[in-house]
Design a protein around this ligand. Structure first.
Ligand SMILES: [Zn+2]
Length: 248
């Protein structure tokens, strides 16, 4: 089975494992997102890349989502677990995002997507806990007392730094000195929590780099990766095609 080991092993969580995961989310005041909410949110809008990450595509059916709302922000957990079907779907991934209640169509932050490997639900739950903690402790501006907003970090040339976020209050008319205020993305964590969050971030970054180095996409379904690996194996075991002109 050479070559297969490079692809993370798909693992279908049992119903009991999933129920436990759900109980843990409910304990932290998450609730299920209803099918009607998903469809209503999708109604009449063109599904952009961000939205298609935020809402599962309709033709694939409804995939369970959980929502936690506090301080004007929402944490959404997508599991791709299908109602009424045993086991998780053997496609896609799960992920956690944070969005502003006023702009649910445009999430402010995505945690690293989690693949359906053995630790899928554990990882997803931990992402949900970290995101909910951020939202519960959404910082307030020291100058005007309003909630600060999740802001993307930009380079000098104006391009976005991937995955880099910070908190910002731009209500400069309310600030005596007329200057915006900023706060670090991880400002709500204790030293110990921060160390854990940073460790998880490093691990995720390393895993993504490893996947990229292996020529794997970092945001595609396991199934597609497995299919691609299978195709590569087939190609290796077949003699090269005689006519390569199309590949030039
Ligand atoms: Zn302010």
């Amino acid at each position: 089975m050479k070559g297969v080991t490079a692809v993370p092993k798909f693992y279908a969580a049992t119903a009991a494992e999933f129920e436990e995961f759900e109980r843990e989310l409910f304990k932290r005041e998450f609730r299920r997102i209803t099918r009607a909410e998903v469809i209503e949110s999708l109604g009449g809008i063109v599904v952009s890349y961000g939205q298609s990450k935020m809402f599962p595509r309709r033709e694939r059916g409804f995939e369970n989502g959980y929502l936690f709302s506090r301080n004007g922000l929402e944490v959404v957990v997508w599991t791709s677990w299908l109602d009424g079907l045993p086991g998780l779907r053997n496609m896609d991934q799960g992920w956690v995002l944070i969005r502003d209640c006023k702009h649910p169509e445009c999430p402010s932050y995505f945690a690293v997507p989690r693949h359906r490997t053995k630790n899928f639900l554990t990882n997803l739950l931990e992402d949900a806990r970290v995101a909910a903690w951020r939202v519960r402790h959404r910082p307030k501006c020291p100058a005007c007392g309003e909630f600060m907003d999740i802001t993307r970090r930009h380079r000098k040339d104006g391009t976005v730094v991937p995955r880099a976020r910070f908190w910002k209050c731009s209500r400069i008319s309310l600030h005596q000195d007329g200057k915006p205020r900023t706060e670090r993305w991880d400002c709500m964590f204790t030293k110990e929590q921060k160390a854990l969050v940073e460790k998880r971030r490093r691990t995720a970054t390393k895993q993504r780099a490893k996947r990229a180095a292996q020529g794997k996409e970092t945001f595609v379904s396991l199934k597609r990766q497995q299919e691609a690996a299978r195709r590569r194996r087939q190609q290796r075991s077949q003699p090269p095609p005689e006519d390569n002109s199309q590949n030039v």
